[in-house]
Design a binder for this molecule. Structure first.
Ligand SMILES: CC(C)(COP(=O)(O)OP(=O)(O)OC[C@H]1O[C@@H](n2cnc3c(N)ncnc32)[C@H](O)[C@@H]1OP(=O)(O)O)[C@@H](O)C(=O)NCCC(=O)NCCS
Length: 181
């Protein structure tokens, strides 16, 4: 895998026999998912979890699943404009109502490592996975249902909003066009 990881950081795919040490990102649901549920999702073929480790600790984790970036059936003028931005870099003849994507289902950095650029490294790593590596299926976008508290983080990593309908929600649908990197 091409990588933007530093020498002492390793990216490991969670397997059913992986041994998990402690992890605390400050959000109990995200902590609990990694320690108690990630293997169930792997077994159910619903999400693959990747763990970023340094020599001793779990630094961060994220989950990936295939997704589709889909146009809502009824769009307000504002949402029509947002949807038009999705396809702006796609030739007219190839524009459609949905596009292949990969979803970052969960992303969490241990509080000890927050603010050190690890989150950005993870976004870059996922982008490299899908831009540089050969996959069986095409994938044009990264999607995320971003926590309200993390919206600025995703904005700073070039994610765009898909709709204005979720503007007051706890989570907002965002996407990154891999072809614009
Ligand atoms: C949100 C999270 C993933 C960010 O990871 P991180 O490693 O701390 O972020 P980085 O250091 O890579 O930050 C990249 C940029 O985003 C900004 N940023 C990071 N987290 C932010 C936040 N919560 N709010 C606003 N800006 C944030 C940083 O200031 C930095 O900006 P800069 O380049 O202008 O300096 C991490 O704080 C976390 O795990 N939080 C708890 C769980 C969570 O909310 N996950 C998101 C689920 S959708």
């Amino acid at each position: 895998m091409n990588s933007v990881l530093g020498a002492n950081l390793k990216l490991i795919r969670l397997e059913e026999d992986s041994v998990l040490s402690s992890f605390d990102c400050g959000d109990s649901d995200l902590n609990d998912f990694l320690l108690n549920d990630a293997k169930n999702y792997l077994q159910a073929m619903l999400a693959v979890t990747y763990i970023l480790k340094d020599d001793e600790n779990i630094v961060a984790y994220f989950c990936l699943s295939y997704d589709s970036l889909t146009r809502s059936i009824e769009l307000t003028d504002v949402d029509k404009a947002l949807w038009n931005k999705v396809g702006r870099k796609i030739p007219n003849s190839k524009r459609r109502r949905n596009y292949p994507a990969v979803k970052i289902g969960r992303l969490a950095v241990d509080a000890k490592y927050a603010g050190l650029g690890i989150g950005r490294i993870i976004i870059d790593t996922v982008a490299i996975m899908y831009v540089s590596e050969k996959h069986h299926a095409a994938c044009r976008f990264i999607t995320v249902d971003a926590y309200r508290s993390a919206l600025t983080f995703y904005e700073k990593n070039n994610f765009k909003y898909l709709t204005s309908k979720d503007i007051d929600d706890d989570r907002r649908a965002m996407y990154l066009d891999l072809k614009t990197l």
